[in-house]
Design a binder for this molecule. Structure first.
Ligand code: 0O3
Ligand code: SF4
Length: 326
């Protein structure tokens, strides 16, 4: 068999949009339809360049802080969640808000509030400076200490080693997080675990799928933006699971032909904030270079969906009622 005939693509599934991203992106689109442009969005609604650019063209204005939003306007909070001070600031400025925080991020916020109320020291495993971590930490700043990976564990200080719990960002590497937890347990044997997984189903499933693909791939291409934590993690996980090479690209134009040298099997996947049209572009690019044989590798299915943010549902219902009344 020649190298050419052996060329193939292993396409990971699940990949791409998770339920929280789907909900957040639709929330901006529906808000634009319902209230009309401009609609302000605090931070990138999800960490994907293409998504942000597409919504910008439809009339969304992305700002870094609520104070940049003119009084009386509508602002949408991103899927990564916000600290309570952001809600307070929006209220002070009389902004109408739509909270597109993923319900699974909100779940971690609630855990933080509950453990802080019980006076635990909370060790939040996550990446320093990431918006989700800033939002979660803001729920109980006096009780939360950030632990940015296993290397950070030796620096952790707590008030009472008998009353410590760990929580985490939703989009971390499962394996690296377990390493961090093991190291924390060495230091604090009484460490309490979160009541249920903080790393969400979508992050876990995409990592499981890419591991299967990576074991048989010479190269893994992950579609996603550089600031997307879960997408960056997929490259790391692929390399850790045996892929000989791995790269993160926003779209097909960022693929380097040189990566294909001597490559028989290319694994392809995408982060939770990535629309599938970008993956389709990558598959077309690969097909033009002899990698037209695509096999889907799907260790599990996903069915979860979330309803739209409640403020938006209320206004859409009222509008539908007005229309029905003629
Ligand atoms: O948290 P991350 O940088 O991975 O964010 P993305 O790329 O926007 O993906 C969606 C994840 C999210 C909104 C928080 O869990
Ligand atoms: Fe929600 Fe998980 Fe998607 Fe984040 S990656 S938006 S926590 S479903």
């Amino acid at each position: 068999m020649t190298a050419t005939t052996a060329r193939r693509v292993l396409l990971a599934a699940p990949r791409g949009y998770c339920a929280g991203v789907d909900r957040a992106v639709i929330a901006v689109e529906k808000a634009l339809e319902q209230y009309g442009a401009p609609i302000y969005v605090r931070k990138e609604i999800v960490h994907n360049k293409y998504v942000v650019e597409t919504l910008r063209k439809k009339g969304a204005i992305f700002v870094d802080e609520t104070e940049e939003v003119p009084e009386g306007s509508i602002v949408i909070f991103s899927a990564h969640g916000v600290a309570p001070v952001v809600h307070e600031e929006a209220e002070r400025r009389k902004l109408a808000t739509v909270d597109a925080t993923c319900p699974l991020v909100t779940k971690v916020h609630k855990e933080a509030v509950r453990f802080a109320k019980d006076d635990y020291d909370i060790l939040l495993i996550g990446h320093e400076g990431h918006e989700e971590v800033i939002g979660t930490s803001g729920e109980a700043p006096d009780h939360i200490t950030l632990v940015d990976g296993p290397g950070d564990v030796e620096n952790v200080e707590v008030r009472d080693p008998e009353k410590v719990v760990w929580l985490s960002q939703t989009t971390l590497s499962v394996d690296e997080t377990m390493e961090t937890v093991d190291a924390l347990k060495q230091r604090f044997p009484a460490l309490v675990s979160p009541p249920s997984d903080d790393i969400c189903y979508a992050t876990q499933n995409r990592q499981t799928a890419v591991k299967q693909v990576a074991a048989e791939s010479d190269l893994v291409i992950v579609v996603g933006s550089k600031n997307s934590s879960n997408s960056v993690r997929l490259v790391e996980v692929a390399l850790g699971a045996g892929a000989k090479d791995g790269h993160l690209v926003d779209n097909a134009s960022e693929i380097d032909e040189a990566w294909l040298e001597g490559v028989a099997t290319v694994g392809v996947t995408s982060g939770a904030s990535v629309p599938d049209v970008l993956v389709e572009g990558v598959l077309e690019w690969l097909a033009e270079r002899g990698y037209g044989d695509v096999e889907v590798v799907q260790p599990m299915e996903e069915k979860l969906t979330f309803s739209l943010p409640k403020e938006l549902r209320r206004d859409l219902r009222a509008e539908a009622g007005r229309k029905a009344a003629g």
